[in-house]
Design a binder for this molecule. Structure first.
Ligand SMILES: [Cu+2]
Length: 149
């Protein structure tokens, strides 16, 4: 007696393939100096992701962490330990702003877009406030937000 007939097994394996293909790990390095992004930077500063992808923050320089500044409604805020790899699963659509707590004033901040950017206006407002308090890299967040499509 067969529990699954062949077409059912084929359909199930297709489903598993689709699920695993759609969720990716996206690496973001926490750096004292990035060739691409400048001093005190997350590399890349802007990331576009899909729902259920996972951000993986990798400590490259030392004395950095990551903390969300603004997340779409319903999304869990995050705060990592210093100098530790940290994973965040992105379960809600929208734009996320985050920074390194030690170097936020030096503009060490980044942007993640997940699916539709429904909260973009709110994010731009928050980014402008944060950028005004930065001593360097003051245009980093606005440049990153220009990439939101
Ligand atoms: Cu830092």
């Amino acid at each position: 007696m067969h529990i699954f007939n062949t077409p059912t097994v084929a359909a199930l394996s297709l489903l598993f393939c689709a699920a695993s293909a759609s969720a990716a790990d996206i690496q973001i390095k926490m750096m004292d100096k990035s060739d691409a992004e400048g001093l005190m930077a997350f590399e890349p500063t802007f990331v576009k992701a899909n729902v259920n992808d996972t951000l993986v923050f990798i400590p490259v320089g030392s004395g950095h962490n990551t903390r969300s500044l603004l997340a779409p409604s319903g999304a869990e805020p995050w705060k990592s330990a210093y100098d530790k790899e940290f994973r965040v699963k992105l379960e809600k659509e929208g734009v996320y702003l985050y920074a390194c707590e030690a170097h936020k004033r030096m503009g060490m901040a980044g942007v993640v877009q997940v699916g539709n950017a429904g909260n973009l206006e709110e994010v731009k407002k928050k980014a402008a406030e944060e950028s005004a308090a930065m001593a360097m890299n003051k245009d980093r967040l606005s440049k990153a937000l220009d990439k939101v499509k």
